[in-house]
Design a protein around this ligand. Structure first.
Ligand SMILES: C[S@@+](CC[C@H](N)C(=O)[O-])C[C@H]1O[C@@H](n2cnc3c(N)ncnc32)[C@H](O)[C@@H]1O
Ligand code: SF4
Ligand code: SF4
Length: 279
């Protein structure tokens, strides 16, 4: 397959109250219903549009220079591609210079390519669902879509990457997963992903657990000032290292299983709250 995995970047980078990366999450509406999906993606899932209020909060929270990255998570972004194209245009008009990544299953290839092409800075790339691109663990995307995406990657090397094959125990989890036995599923250590801003205005500490409403993940809202949200995220990372990981090791549990099934055994970190004068 022509698509390459992307190197993961430094974790936990925070500069002057801004995060190096932020995921945006408008809901779990999807044209697939993968049996391992972390967010319970489904056609009946929810979708709430990106708005200027939501994107203004993004622009306050993420590094605006070339090192910053905004990642459109879901659900399936191509189902609402006009809203995504509008959001990318808005971020660029307001001065965001960093990378933009669209997580997509690629089935609606034409729409996905339209989204990539819409970026005036030409710095929007895609990351494809490994299972749907390869057919290992989910029905493969239509070959007509795959060919279009392969041709685009051939002509624009690096524009379309493939996601990691690892399957973590979050959301629908690993039990129903039907892919290759060799794909990694167990790790005591959390991958320390960057957090998520949901279109309901809440910051959630983890994209893999974004549909988990436990207090352990609630690191603020767009009413909080950005430094508070960044501090709370740092507090969450410290909690992962000092509370979560020792528990996972002691109980011999995969990291995400701890978040999904054992949080009642773990006290949440103490998060701060503030009201921003700019909202
Ligand atoms: C939740 S999906 C949303 C975007 C899009 N629908 C897609 O599938 O790429 C984002 C990424 O999460 C990955 N993912 C979903 N469930 C997972 C699991 N249990 N473990 C690891 N990655 C998972 C998908 O493969 C995809 O790369
Ligand atoms: S992994 Fe992606 S394509 Fe599969 S159900 Fe979840 S959101 Fe949809
Ligand atoms: S261990 Fe918890 S915080 Fe880390 S990726 Fe898994 S669900 Fe998210």
């Amino acid at each position: 397959m022509i698509f390459k995995e992307r190197q993961s970047r430094d974790k936990g980078v925070i500069e002057a109250g801004r995060l190096m990366e932020l995921h945006l999450y408008p809901g779990n509406q999807c044209n697939r219903e993968c049996d391992f999906c972390t967010v319970f993606g489904a056609p009946k899932g929810w979708y709430t549009e990106y708005t200027s209020e939501h994107l203004d909060a993004t622009l306050r929270q993420v590094l605006l220079h070339g090192q910053g990255a905004v990642k459109f998570f879901g659900g399936e972004p191509t189902l609402n591609h006009e809203n995504v194209i509008w959001a990318i245009a808005y971020l660029r008009e307001q001065g965001f210079q960093g990378a933009i990544v669209i997580y997509s299953n690629g089935i609606q290839a034409d729409r996905l390519l339209e989204v990539l092409e819409s970026d005036p800075l030409d710095k929007t790339t895609a990351s494809l669902n490994y299972s749907i691109a390869t057919g290992d663990g989910a029905p493969q995307m239509p070959l007509s879509s795959l060919r279009k995406l392969e041709d685009y990657e051939q002509a624009n090397p690096g524009a379309i990457a493939i996601g990691h094959p690892d399957i973590v125990d979050s959301g629908r989890g690993v039990d129903p997963f039907t892919g290759e036995e060799t794909r990694p599923k167990v790790a005591h250590r959390c991958p320390h992903c960057y957090p998520v801003l949901k279109t309901n205005g809440q910051f959630h500490a983890c994209p893999f657990a974004v549909e988990n409403s436990a207090p352990h993940f609630q690191i603020g809202s767009i009413q909080d000032d950005p430094e508070t949200v960044a501090d709370n995220f740092q507090t969450f990372l410290n909690w992962l290292d000092t509370v979560h990981e020792p528990f996972a090791i002691e109980q011999d549990l995969p990291a995400c299983t701890v978040c999904w099934q054992h949080l009642k055994s773990l006290p949440p970190a103490q998060f701060k709250t503030t009201q921003s004068s700019s909202v």
